[in-house]
Design a binder for this molecule. Structure first.
Ligand code: KMH
Ligand code: ZN
Length: 283
């Protein structure tokens, strides 16, 4: 599954610092301004992250897909870090599909691409097949590497269908992220991860996993034991342990790196991440 020059001990740590679900009022330490985001990204890069999964906020700290802001964010992250910049095309559950397609106008290195609709707590995260196929083809045209987000086992089957219909992504690599433990999606358990990994199409060249909330540790440990990569961040979990809030995203990256070290993995460099994912070389 890993046929690149990147050695198997190299661990891709992706940080998802903000997300779209938590309010600034509930969590003042959530990085919602551009300055806060760039500072968080720099701290996470220093701690061992190689990719950043980005959701932006407006001046009132509300989730936003504003095109100008997205482009400024990509530019600021490129200026301030060497991280692979991945923009979320998932946005918030309230974002219209049309606006989500326009995210690629900001020309990130990578974009998230969720492989199907899922219940999302009390809401619905809508990803109808025609939207998925259109976004995928747009990513191929724009030379943006998708990260396939798999919230459910059915999403793995949908990935098979997408590759059959539309071929390989730009860059020729196929990277997936299991997003586990969302209420409405697959549970954040070792058994679910093992089933998901077993069902991956052979074209998949790398995968990571993230567990939402209290599933963050079991999913991270299971992913390491299966040779996968890790995504962590305040998009996915807001406590280090019961009652202990995350103060900085870098704490979660540091913990992921420490877990990786126990499994004899070392953090992947940003250059290795670009090779692993097949993203365009840094300008
Ligand atoms: N905020 C969720 C509704 C993604 O970034 O692509 C969707 C999400 C997935 O976070
Ligand atoms: Zn996201």
């Amino acid at each position: 599954m890993n046929d690149t020059a990147v050695p198997p001990e190299a661990l891709l740590v992706t940080v998802a610092p903000t997300g779209a679900e938590t309010t600034k009022a509930d969590c003042p330490q959530l990085p919602t301004t551009l300055d806060e985001l760039v500072t968080a990204a720099q701290e996470c890069e220093a701690a061992g992250a190689a990719m950043v999964h980005v959701h932006i906020r407006d001046d009132e700290h509300r989730p936003s897909l504003d095109g100008r802001r997205l482009a400024e964010t990509v530019a600021a992250l490129r200026e301030g870090t060497d991280l692979v910049v991945q923009l979320s095309t998932g946005g918030s559950v309230h974002d219209p599909l049309e606006q989500r397609l326009k995210v690629l106008d900001a020309a990130p290195d990578s974009c998230s691409l969720t492989m199907g609709t899922t219940n999302f707590g009390d809401d619905v995260f809508s990803n109808p097949w025609p939207f998925v196929a259109e976004l995928y083809q747009l990513s191929q045209e724009r030379e943006v590497v998708p990260e396939f987000e798999l919230f459910d086992l059915g999403h793995v089957a949908a990935l098979r269908r997408l590759l059959d219909r539309h071929g390989l992504p730009y860059g020729g690599r196929v990277h997936c992220d299991f997003v586990m433990g969302v209420p409405g999606g697959m549970p954040g358990t070792t058994d679910a991860l093992v089933a998901g990994v077993a069902a991956l199409p052979p074209e998949v060249t790398s995968w990571s996993a993230t567990g939402i909330g209290r599933t963050t540790l079991p999913v991270g440990l299971a992913a390491l034991s299966k040779g996968g990569h890790l995504r962590v961040g305040m998009e996915d979990v807001l406590t280090l342990s019961r009652g202990v809030p995350v103060e900085r995203n870098a704490q979660l990256v540091e913990r992921a790196v420490a877990m990786g070290e126990l499994a004899q993995r070392r953090p992947m460099t940003t250059a290795e991440a670009r090779t692993l994912l097949g993203v365009r070389p840094a300008a």
